[in-house]
Design a protein around this ligand. Structure first.
Ligand code: N01
Length: 561
């Protein structure tokens, strides 16, 4: 029986009661796994993870597209709560590839014996707050309802694939794939004419790999993008030893940095140095590669004139690499400041355009009109294709949460509460949704941070909060409307102090999904500052939250924790 099926009497079939737990966690990626470990193994609570896939990994379980690789350096893309785990696992390359990350997460899941409490291949279809019982009733496509006091959404920021609704999409007679829902068996491009739409971080990673086997790859670019070479390489025995022996120092650096990476942003400003010196600094950073490029000056994301120097340098590199002048011009026609969209890092992206079998279509000049039975039609011509790859990103940060069918107090859905954009306190809770916690939700640093660092902080904060509630007999926690309004204002204020909102087409703003409210979603005030704010809130008895006990059965019975 599945949810929504019909019983013999014609009535909707009743979901099977699968019992009551302390906590239901949705999603078995980095965050859901750690949350399960802490609630079950540290607090001794009964917790279960519900996961759509048939394995752990979350984002990395689904994003199996060619070239999928992380842009955080591997030695920092790990759980840092356990020295034992850190010492037992060895990354092979500077930037880990998707299969290695999935292997790592399986290693952790097995080591911590997590899988016995993860219900795989199960999709949450609804989660309703039952106020009388103070329980979340979580319905699944397995036809079950499982109840729990705490609901923790750990569904990731980039999990809801955005497949653009281009006219004629379903008439295409060839095969099409979205990079975020890639077939597990892979796709054979040999001898195929491939069209790829999208040149974000994903598309930029996929192009050089698809080009290796495709007969021809046609890249459809709407917004030209910066990219920095990853300079990926196998890790030396010496580096691995250093990383194993300096865990505390690496952790300290990641925790004190604004973006959770294992390096700090330089103190100097762009115009503190001469033009010649600056050029040398950028050249060296280009050679080193990766996101460290962004960290060579402290004002790149704050001062447009400073940013222009980095942007000009990166655009000049495109001109040096790409031999065809028209392709070089189209690739370098970037319309937003550097790093205002998430800066991709690549392995041979611009170089791929020097291959005879890779072409570029500039959609700003010749937009897509429709997808036909045989390919893609732009305002200029028809492109005959066997395969279309949608590297078109995600309904980021809110998409996966809004698909869960969450309904809070008084029957108000999360979709209604966030109609004009997400409204959270600390990215962790929403008013009207008691005991529902979100890991790396909108309003938290999340995607502006090395994700495992943000995830560990959130999970630990939520665990401490639940621990306190359990020890003090508190039944509910939720933020006040005032605290939410204040946080939303603060998130906007810190974003507006940067150049980030200047990329008007960024998914940070929800601009990539038609009809989505334009709200700057991640917290741009820095992970280190965010951690301090969260700690301060907890130290002040969860300031901004209302904690209630059922005893007197009213919100007036607020207790200070
Ligand atoms: O998605 P994106 P992504 N017609 O939204 C284009 C993380 N990540 O999957 O910019 C034509 O960035 C769209 O064009 P435009 C990372 O945080 C990390 O690449 O909207 N084009 C854009 O070019 C990243 O930021 C890693 O004009 C359309 C592209 O599709 C995030 O995931 C690797 C279109 C989408 O780019 C998302 O990256 C991969 C349409 N209708 C991803 N709709 C690493 O760790 C969209 N586009 C390295």
């Amino acid at each position: 029986m599945t949810a929504g099926s019909t019983a013999p009497n014609g009535q909707p079939a009743k979901a099977r009661d699968a019992g009551t737990l302390d906590a239901v966690i949705i999603g078995a990626g980095f965050s859901g796994m750690y949350q399960l470990h802490l609630l079950r193994d540290r607090l001794g609570l009964k917790a279960r993870v519900i996961e759509r896939g048939d394995g752990v990994g979350g984002t990395w379980y689904w994003n199996r597209y060619p070239g999928a690789r992380c842009d955080s350096e591997s030695h920092s893309y790990s759980y840092y709560f356990s020295d034992e785990l850190l010492k037992e696992w060895e990354w092979s390359e500077r930037y880990p590839q998707q299969p290695e990350i999935v292997r790592y997460l399986n290693f952790v899941a097995d080591k911590l014996d997590l899988k016995r409490d993860i219900q795989f291949e199960t999709t949450v279809t609804a989660a309703r707050y039952d106020e009388a019982a103070n329980l979340w009733r979580v319905e699944t496509d397995a036809g079950e309802t499982v109840s729990a006091k705490y609901l923790i959404t750990a569904v990731g920021c980039l999990s809801s694939a955005n497949v653009p609704d281009i006219p004629g999409r379903d008439t295409f007679k060839g095969d099409w794939y979205h990079t975020g829902q890639w077939p597990h068996e892979g796709v054979d491009f040999t001898g195929k004419r491939v069209g790829q739409i999208g040149t974000g971080s994903t598309g930029i990673q996929a192009v050089p790999v698809i080009a290796e086997t495709a007969e021809h790859l046609m890249v459809f670019q709407r917004t030209a993008n910066y990219s920095i070479p990853a300079n990926n390489h196998p890790l030396s025995a010496e580096f691995k030893k250093w990383a194993r022996e300096n865990i505390d120092e690496i952790r300290r650096t990641m925790h004190s940095s604004t973006n959770g990476h294992p390096f700090l942003i330089e103190d100097r400003k762009v115009f503190d140095v001469s033009a010649e010196e600056r050029r040398k600094i950028y050249e060296k950073a280009w050679e080193i590669g990766g996101l460290r490029f962004r960290a060579v000056f402290q004002d790149i994301l704050f001062d447009k004139a400073a940013n222009d120097t980095a942007a000009d340098f990166l655009k000049s590199k495109i001109g040096e690499i790409v031999k065809d002048p028209q392709k070089a011009r189209d690739l370098a026609a970037i319309d937003h400041p550097f790093a205002t969209k998430r800066p991709p890092i690549d392995t041979g992206y611009f170089e791929a355009f020097n291959r005879d079998n890779v072409s570029l279509v500039n959609l700003r000049e010749t937009p897509i009109v429709e997808i036909t039975e045989t390919g893609i039609r732009t305002t200029e011509r028809d492109y005959e294709l066997d395969i279309i790859v949608f590297a078109t990103g995600f309904d980021a940060m809110t998409g996966s949460l809004l698909k869960l069918g969450i309904v809070g107090r008084d029957g108000v859905s999360l979709n209604k509460a966030w109609e004009a954009g997400p409204r959270t306190y600390l990215g962790i809770q929403t008013a009207g949704f008691p005991n529902m916690f979100t890991i790396t939700g909108p309003g938290s640093p999340s995607v502006l941070c090395n994700m495992p660092v943000a995830i560990e902080q959130h999970v630990e904060w939520v665990t401490d909060c639940i621990d306190r509630m359990e020890k003090q007999g508190i039944d509910r926690i939720e933020p006040t409307e005032e605290a939410v309004a204040g946080w939303v204002d603060h998130v906007n204020e810190v974003a507006n102090a940067t150049l980030l909102p200047q990329a008007g087409h960024s998914w940070y703003l929800g601009a990539n999904v038609p009809g989505k409210p334009r709200v700057f979603m991640p917290y741009a005030g820095g992970m280190n500052r965010f951690r301090e704010i969260c700690d301060d809130v907890a130290a002040k008895g969860y300031e901004g939250f209302v904690l209630t006990r059922d005893r007197a059965d009213s919100r007036a019975d607020a207790v200070s924790a």
